[in-house]
Write a protein that binds this ligand. Structure first.
Ligand SMILES: Cc1ncc(COP(=O)(O)O)c(C=O)c1O
Length: 289
């Protein structure tokens, strides 16, 4: 495996960053997760734009242009001879001293790792996930805004730990007011009748790229799509529930906090959207070669 760091490629064992990098010392940095399907990078601009927006929000100036960044991604995929891949992009504040002042960091570190995608077990898609609501609340937008894909994922990791301790695969995180925000690495949706609903991003969710594509596909299936406030009650009484994310794609949820969703099996629309999403992803994107 060849990993891109600041314009150079390194074999996996030699791909290293300094212990003085503020990404490591303080979680000071941002990241992206993008996928390539069938020789194309899916929703490339959406991911690159979100990366630069995350950087702007933390006042970090990425040292290369968006076009150079895209070329670096394509080169990384080509070097690794990949057609289907998960790409992790990381931009840290860079090497500084032990103080947290970002002004001491001379140049941000840009890292691109392209790996074969490790898929979730197929039975999870067929049976649906059992998930629970956890005590840890999603970050306040006034502190670290959940719209920023920052290297500070401890908030989500604490929620994930709570889910695992509670015997569940994934956690529903509420915002400070108790409304549903999202899961630890996925957005959440419900279907009630012919309406597809998902929390507004201002309620503490990342503006997921998969979320956006699924909303478009759902409208094409004839569903009314709304971004709204959701409570746990709305989820318990929904006909269907599913999560979306670059890695998970569309994954049905069968049970929330011990309540079966619908009849406890992945719903019709969830299955249709899962298939429609996969088909769409296989047919759209920026060619790698
Ligand atoms: C907290 C969080 N929510 C939602 C998502 C889903 O976003 P996307 O569909 O862009 O991968 C992710 C994954 O990146 C995430 O980390």
């Amino acid at each position: 495996m060849e990993i891109y760091i600041d314009g150079q490629f390194y074999p996996r064992e030699q791909a290293k960053v300094s212990v003085f990098d503020h990404g490591l010392l303080y979680g000071d940095g941002i990241f992206e997760g993008t996928r390539a399907y069938n020789g194309r990078v899916f929703e490339f601009d959406a991911h690159i734009n979100r990366l630069y927006d995350s950087a702007k929000a933390i006042a970090l100036e990425i040292p290369i242009s968006k076009d150079e960044m895209k070329q670096a991604h394509l080169e990384t995929l080509r070097k690794n001879e990949l057609t289907d891949a998960y790409i992790r992009t990381v931009v840290t504040r860079g090497v500084g001293d032990l103080g947290l002042d970002p002004a001491k960091c001379v140049r941000p570190t840009v890292i691109i790792i392209a790996d074969r995608i490790s898929l979730y077990p197929q039975e999870l898609y067929e049976q649906g996930l059992k998930i629970i609501t956890v005590p840890t609340r999603r970050n306040l937008p006034e502190s670290v805004n959940p719209m920023i894909k920052s290297l500070n994922y401890l908030n989500n990791i604490l929620a994930k730990i709570e889910a695992k301790l509670g015997g569940a695969a994934e956690a529903i995180m509420l915002n400070q007011e108790g409304y549903v925000a999202e899961c630890t690495g996925d957005n959440i949706f419900i279907i009630k009748g012919k309406t597809l609903a998902t929390p507004m991003v201002s309620f503490g969710a990342l503006k997921g790229v998969t979320r956006g594509v699924v909303m478009k596909l759902a409208a094409e299936l004839g569903l009314e799509v709304v971004e709204t406030t959701l409570t746990r009650y709305d989820i318990y009484v929904a006909d269907e529930c599913f999560l979306t994310g670059t890695a998970a794609e569309v994954i049905p949820v069968s049970e929330v906090d011990g309540r079966k969703i619908g009849n406890g099996k992945p719903g019709t629309y969830s299955r249709q959207l899962k298939d429609a999403y996969h088909k769409y992803a296989m047919e759209h994107g920026t060619p790698i070669y």
